[in-house]
Design a protein around this ligand. Structure first.
Ligand code: ADP
Ligand code: TRP
Length: 344
């Protein structure tokens, strides 16, 4: 057969970005700088889906009123921080039941050994704690979350890369058995793995009780900042700003010129950490001032956030229904026109 004389190179399909965040607590500076900020930046690079992973959170949050509150707060926070529902599809994981059905299909091609190696379960087991099947199969639900939307790019922190590998493995096995049903995603590591330090200098994390929340009451936030641990070197002694967690926190929010001036101050010495803390209160306050204003507006209009989530869920269900229909067809579950995703 003669080859096409002027082959037109096929354009790569546009990226479809997807990520989820668990509503296990109010968002802190680590979540914002290590995850949320990147989600917001990526929404302009193509089609994007972002969701609040309430099904995953069920493995840790056991109080129904608290879970409802956290899901609502997460949605308000994300929109206030700049997630634009006109550009990105924002929804709640459990509003898309197609994903849980897809989880089962993937479970049937998932070797136990693969999940036994996953860190969330393994860590808990090594600490001698009882793990439930929800935690054990957590990566399969996460794989369904990704595959249900034909996502191609998944921005995540380093701790989640293993789970994307599991997702690729399961999708590959399913495709091998039943034909090309799923699109294989790739992880996109956010922020080069930079860790935001907490008030005690360790990695900021809910589990270490060292967080500063993005939308914490300003007076309470100020108190926390003023209590950030510092070393006891005398004021006159020059200090290296690099590696100093108070300076690192300041650098997250300070404009470039202020950052350079603060670094000079460290190198010169002769200042107290109290001054740096006050400056941190100021720059963080300025940095999140617009988001706080938007948050207050959204809170005053609860129907608006519900409408955003309902619209997001409708869009997400349409997409997930189509993928589930493909998967059911491929493995022999559907009988012609009754397959979900066909508008039947
Ligand atoms: P936590 O450790 O407080 O429970 P999560 O595990 O729920 O936080 O993290 C949600 C997202 O925020 C993940 O993508 C994670 O990589 C990111 N993240 C959490 N803490 C930090 C931090 N201290 N520095 C950078 N990114 C972080
Ligand atoms: N497991 C992720 C976390 O704890 C949250 C999550 C659930 C997720 N499903 C996802 C992230 C799908 C990316 C894609 O941070």
């Amino acid at each position: 057969m003669a080859s096409d004389p002027s082959p037109v190179p096929k354009a790569a399909p546009p990226a479809r970005v997807l990520s989820g965040i668990q509503p296990t607590g109010r968002f802190h500076w680590g979540n914002y700088c290590g995850a949320i900020r990147q989600y917001i930046d990526l929404q302009s690079s193509g089609e994007s889906y972002y969701f609040i992973a309430d099904l995953h959170a069920l493995t840790t949050v056991r109080d129904p009123a608290r879970l409802r509150e956290l899901v609502h707060a997460a949605a308000v926070d994300l929109v206030a921080l700049g997630l634009d529902p006109a550009r990105a599809t924002l929804f709640v994981q459990s509003d898309v039941p197609e994903v849980t059905e897809l989880t089962w299909l993937l479970m049937t091609v998932c070797p136990m050994g693969l999940l036994e190696r996953c860190h969330a379960y393994k860590d808990k087991k090594t600490r001698g704690l009882a793990a439930d099947a929800g935690l054990f199969t957590y990566p399969v639900l996460m794989a369904a979350d990704i595959l249900a939307y034909d996502a191609t790019v998944v921005p995540v922190g380093e701790d989640q890369v293993q789970h994307i590998e599991v997702c690729r493995d399961l999708a590959g096995t399913f495709n091998h058995l039943y034909g090309e049903v799923f699109t294989l995603p790739r992880p996109r590591l956010v922020a080069g793995g930079a860790k935001v330090p907490g008030t005690d200098g360790q990695k900021m994390s809910k589990s270490y009780d060292n967080t500063i929340e993005v939308f914490e009451d300003p007076a309470a936030q100020k108190k926390k900042i003023m209590r950030i641990t510092t070393d006891s070197r005398p004021m006159e002694q020059p200090k290296d700003p690099e590696g100093d967690h108070l300076y690192e926190l300041f650098s997250l929010f300070a404009p470039e010129a202020e950052r350079a001036a603060m670094a000079d101050l460290y190198r010169r010495g002769g200042f107290g950490y109290g001054e740096v803390k006050k400056a941190l209160v100021q720059v963080a306050g300025d940095f999140f001032a617009d988001a706080r204003r938007r948050r207050a507006e959204l809170e005053a209009d609860p129907a608006r956030i519900e409408a955003i989530l309902a619209d997001g869920a409708a869009r997400a269900r349409k997409q997930a229904g189509a993928v589930l229909g493909r998967a059911r067809d491929a493995c022999g579950l559907s009988r012609g026109a009754t397959a979900p995703g066909r508008g039947a």
